[in-house]
Design a protein around this ligand. Structure first.
Ligand code: HEC
Ligand SMILES: [Cu+2]
Length: 374
C-alpha cells in the first residue's frame, strides 16, 4: 500500500549520550532560552539534532500522495467530477471568447467598418449575451446543486467522530454509549474501510479547515460552530490530511493521518483505545510517571488511569499506538519523542507546549514512562 508509512523505528534514532559531546549535536542546537541545568544543554543539543534527522528521514520514507487527482473515496469522487465539469465548460468559454477577441483585434486596419444589418447585430446580442450565458450558467448551477445534494447529508446510520482543531494539532474523539466508553486521541483518525463516517468538526481556538485531499474536499472548522461532514475510504491504507486554512506560525505542521482499516481491526483498535493506562509499572517507568505528575505535564495532558487530567494538549493515554507526534509532523520514534519532550520549542517553535528543561536522569525515566503508554 503506497500510503503505509511504517514509522522508521530504527535504533539509530535512540537518544544517545554520545551525541551530546559530538560537535554535530552542539552545532544543531538552536539558540533557545538559556538553560539552567548543564545536563539539559546537552540533552537539548542531541534532541534538536535527532529531531532534524528524524524529520528528514520521515519525509523521505513516507510516500503519501496528497493529490485530489488520485481520489480514493467519497464524497471526494463526486466533488472531483464536478471540478472537471466546471473546468471543461470554462475552458470552452475561454477559447470561444479569445477567438472572437482575436478576430476583432486582428481585423485589418483601413478596411471599411463593417456595419451589420440591425437584425444580425440583435441576434449576436440575444444569442451571445443572453442565451449562451443562460445555458452555461444553468448547466453549472444544476450540476453543482445535484453534487451538493449528493455530498452534503451524511449517509444515514454513519457513526460519528468528533474532531476539534487546535493550534496546531487535532483532537479526535469517538463518543461512546457512556462517557467511560468514549475515546480521545490525537492527529490520527481511524475509520473502518468502505464505510461512511460522520464528522463533527469544531475548533478550539481560531478558524482551521479539515482536509484529507484523497477523500473529500475541505470543511472549515469555526469557533463556536459545529460543521458536519462525512467521508468513506474505498481502499485500506493511511491517508494524509492537513489543515487547509492558514492558522498561524505552525499551520504547516498541523497534519494528520487517516487510517482506513478492515472493520474488525478498527473495532479492535477502538477497544484498545478505551482502556486506561496500565496501573502497575516497572520501577523506572513508575518514577517516570511521578516526574510526569510532578513537573507539570499533567496540567496540560490527560492520561486516563492517572490523576493527569489536563485538557490543553493531546491525550497521551495511548501515545505509543500513534504513528506520529506533534501534529503529524514527526514519526513516533524514541529519538523524535525524546527531542520533543526535551525541547518542544526547538522542534516546533511557537507550539503551545513550553520547553521544559529537565535534568537528564529525570528526562530518561520520563521517556521510559511514555514508552509504556501503548
Ligand atoms: C502548557 C501546556 C503543556 C505542558 C505543561 C506540557 N505539554 Fe505536552 N503538549 C502540549 C501541546 C499544546 C501539545 C501539542 C503541540 C503541537 O503538536 O503543536 C503537546 C504535545 C505533547 C506530546 C506529543 C503528543 C502527540 O500525540 O502529538 C507529548 C508526548 C507531550 N506533549 C509530552 C509532554 C510532557 C512529557 C510534558 C511534561 C514534561 C508536557 N508535555 C508538558 C501542551 C503541554
Ligand atoms: Cu490549522
Amino acid at each position: 500500500m503506497a500510503g503505509e508509512p511504517d514509522s522508521p523505528r530504527t535504533s539509530a534514532m535512540r537518544p544517545d549520550r554520545r551525541g551530546a559531546r559530538g560537535g554535530a549535536g552542539r552545532r544543531a542546537a538552536r539558540p533557545g532560552p538559556r538553560r539552567r541545568v548543564r545536563t539539559t544543554v546537552a540533552s537539548g543539543a542531541w534532541a534538536a539534532a535527532l529531531a532534524a534527522g528524524a524529520e528528514m528521514g520521515f519525509v523521505a520514507c513516507e510516500r503519501m500522495p496528497a493529490s485530489t487527482l488520485s481520489m480514493a473515496g467519497v464524497p471526494g469522487a463526486a466533488q472531483t467530477r464536478l471540478g472537471w465539469v466546471v473546468l471543461g465548460v470554462s475552458a470552452v468559454v475561454v477559447v470561444v471568447v479569445t477567438v472572437l477577441v482575436l478576430v476583432a483585434a486582428l481585423r485589418r486596419r483601413g478596411e471599411p467598418v463593417l456595419i451589420m444589418p440591425a437584425r444580425t447585430g440583435l441576434r449576436w446580442v440575444v444569442i451571445g449575451g443572453i442565451v449562451v450565458p443562460a445555458v452555461v450558467l444553468t448547466v453549472l448551477f444544476v450540476s453543482t446543486t445535484l453534487t451538493l445534494a449528493q455530498v452534503t447529508p451524511p449517509p444515514r446510520g454513519a457513526p460519528t467522530i468528533e474532531i476539534t482543531a487546535r493550534r496546531w494539532w487535532w483532537e479526535v474523539q469517538y463518543p461512546g454509549s457512556a462517557p467511560a466508553a468514549a475515546v480521545t486521541t490525537a492527529n490520527e483518525v481511524h475509520v473502518p474501510v468502505g464505510r461512511a463516517v460522520r464528522l463533527v468538526l469544531a475548533s478550539g481556538d481560531i478558524i482551521h479547515s479539515f482536509w484529507v485531499p484523497r477523500l473529500a474536499g475541505k470543511t472549515d472548522m469555526i469557533p463556536g460552530q459545529r460543521n458536519i461532514a462525512w467521508l468513506a475510504a474505498r481502499e485500506p491504507g493511511v491517508y494524509y490530511g492537513r489543515c487547509g486554512e492558514y492558522c498561524g506560525a505552525q499551520h504547516a505542521k498541523m497534519q494528520l493521518r487517516l487510517v482506513a482499516e478492515p472493520p474488525a481491526q478498527f473495532e479492535r483498535w477502538l477497544a484498545a483505545q478505551r482502556q486506561p493506562a496500565a496501573g502497575v509499572l516497572p520501577a523506572a517507568a513508575d518514577s517516570g510517571r511521578q516526574v510526569f505528575l510532578r513537573v507539570g505535564c499533567a496540567s496540560c495532558h490527560t492520561i486516563r488511569g492517572t490523576p493527569a487530567r489536563g485538557a490543553v494538549g493531546p491525550d497521551l493515554t495511548h501515545l505509543m499506538s500513534r504513528r506520529t507526534i506533534a501534529g503529524g509532523t514527526l514519526p513516533n520514534t524514541p529519538g523524535a519523542l525524546a527531542a520533543w519532550v526535551a525541547n518542544a520549542q526547538a522542534v516546533k517553535p511557537g507550539a503551545l507546549m513550553p520547553a521544559m528543561p529537565l535534568p537528564a536522569a529525570e528526562l530518561r525515566v520520563l521517556l521510559t514512562y511514555l514508552g509504556t503508554l501503548r
